[in-house]
Design a protein around this ligand. Structure first.
Ligand code: MN
Ligand code: MN
Length: 461
């Protein structure tokens, strides 16, 4: 069955403007927030302004929570959960919007700095699934933190302002690439060769060794008050430099770094921000580490979310373990992550009846996985039916899809981890072109329909 193009709902100028205005807020957010830490602090600030109280403060004050109260908790500056308390007790379940705020990139190694032939370089270890050959010859920026032994944190953000320098990974000139061009794509640029060039002027010192590196260290000391050893306790991410941009003559799309999965995180947050007077407690859960398997203290496998719900239940007067278990089991989740948009340049990996298309709205993937649905959550038919009704009643444009043809490849999300808690979960989200490339593309109307779908889900009874 064919789904209609959602732009057809927004033919009047004033209606189209609403879609474009929402997308413009997102474009700015995407341009300014390129790491999980930056996204987390952006959403924390937004939540504070919107009247969400910090959970720690509520606990310290010892005040009980009641319907309509807004609370948020942050985990190690990289993960956030925001809640709007519903009219029903938590043990009757929550409506949860989950998305991730980490994106594929190059991370600096712990001992990154070296000099080779009068060039200062930074060694990296790539994060997440990348086609390594896509990350060369691009202007790159450095974002992150250096934490010094005294606990002080130095924020690093270089390469974004018009007069900032940029950095990058070089590639072999075509003239000398005869052998390289014969290699298979996974070997054209190898992981250990993703080294970032950061300087080439030798310092004025007397010794002849590594004067370029010494000069860089002098600059780092002067501008950031950090020394070489401080890289040991740093998290610096090498990301594409520059703003997200409108894409296409009709400006219907946005090209930017990190749509996966900020294009779901942003409308999820915006949906809970306007959430008031809800029947079931609304949750927006923004997690880290999805791109490397949802592991670690700030990934979806962490106990953070359960612990936070337990704290909330104590504050709403439901303190038994049984009530806590019921709260999990009775919950419903839109686990949002990007879906592969149908690409006219590569139709052979898609099965057209079950693919996601630009402009056709919020995407539901009943299942993801690879090699016979392995690793998939596979939402139940009953839950899918319920969501169809919620979306249709709210006139939300949605489509259903699989991640490509059977056995063409595959992928996973955080959905199954919430499924493990015995919640009703479905994969949903926004279609992306160029997924995991330095510059990904989304459709503005899909972003807007996702937002509308999330609102309808939170408000559903
Ligand atoms: Mn993702
Ligand atoms: Mn991804």
């Amino acid at each position: 069955m064919e789904r209609t193009n959602a732009w057809k709902k927004y033919t009047k100028e004033e209606d189209k403007k609403v879609v474009f205005d929402f997308a413009e807020g997102y474009r700015k957010f995407l341009s300014e927030n390129k790491t999980e830490r930056e996204c987390c602090s952006f959403f924390e600030e937004q939540a504070r302004v919107a009247g969400f109280q910090k959970l720690e403060d509520v606990i310290a004050a010892g005040t009980a929570l009641k319907a309509g109260d807004k609370v948020y908790a942050v985990n190690k500056k990289k993960e956030m959960a925001a809640f709007v308390i519903g009219k029903r007790p938590l043990s009757e379940g929550m409506h949860i919007l989950g998305a991730h705020i980490d994106s594929p990139r190059l991370d600096l190694k712990q001992n990154p700095l070296y000099e080779d032939t009068d060039m200062a370089m930074l060694d990296t270890h790539y994060y997440g699934g990348v086609k390594k050959y896509q990350w060369v010859t691009l202007p790159l920026a450095l974002h992150g933190v250096v934490v010094k032994k005294d606990g002080s944190v130095v924020n690093v953000n270089v390469g974004e302002k018009a007069d900032d320098p940029v950095f990058g990974v070089s590639d072999l000139l075509i003239h000398l690439a005869d052998e390289q061009m014969e290699k298979k794509a996974s070997k054209v640029v190898e992981g250990e060769d993703l080294n970032v060039l950061i300087g080439s002027i030798p310092g004025a010192g007397e010794e002849e060794k590594e004067r370029v590196k010494a000069n860089i260290l002098e600059i780092l000391c002067k501008e950031y008050d950090i020394e070489e050893e401080d890289f040991l306790s740093a998290e610096i991410e090498v990301v594409p430099a520059g703003e997200a941009r409108d894409y296409g003559f009709d400006r219907s799309m946005i090209m930017g770094y990190g749509h996966d999965d900020r294009v779901c995180a942003y409308p999820s947050y915006k949906a809970i921000e306007q959430s008031t007077d809800v029947e079931y407690t609304s949750v927006c859960l923004l997690v880290d580490k999805e791109e490397i398997g949802s592991v670690g203290a700030t990934g979806m496998h962490s106990r953070f979310f359960e612990n936070t719900v337990a704290e909330l239940m104590a504050l709403t007067g439901e303190t038994s373990d049984l009530q806590f278990r019921r709260a999990l089991t009775n919950s419903k989740v839109l686990s949002s992550d990007v879906s592969a948009a149908f690409d006219p340049n590569y139709p052979s990996v898609m099965e057209k009846k079950n693919a996601a298309y630009f402009g056709r709205g919020l995407v539901f993937n009943k299942y993801t996985g690879a090699r016979g649905k392995s690793g998939s959550n596979d939402a139940s038919a009953e839950y899918v039916a319920e969501l169809r009704k919620v979306m249709d009643d709210a006139d939300v444009s949605f489509q259903t899809s699989e991640l490509g043809k059977v056995d063409a490849g595959g992928g996973g999300t955080i959905a199954y981890i919430l499924g493990n808690l015995d919640m009703q979960v479905i994969d949903s989200g926004v279609a992306v072109l160029n997924m995991h490339a330095p510059w990904e593309i989304i459709s503005k109307v899909d972003l807007y329909e996702a937002y509308r779908g999330y609102v309808a889900f939170l408000e559903s009874k």
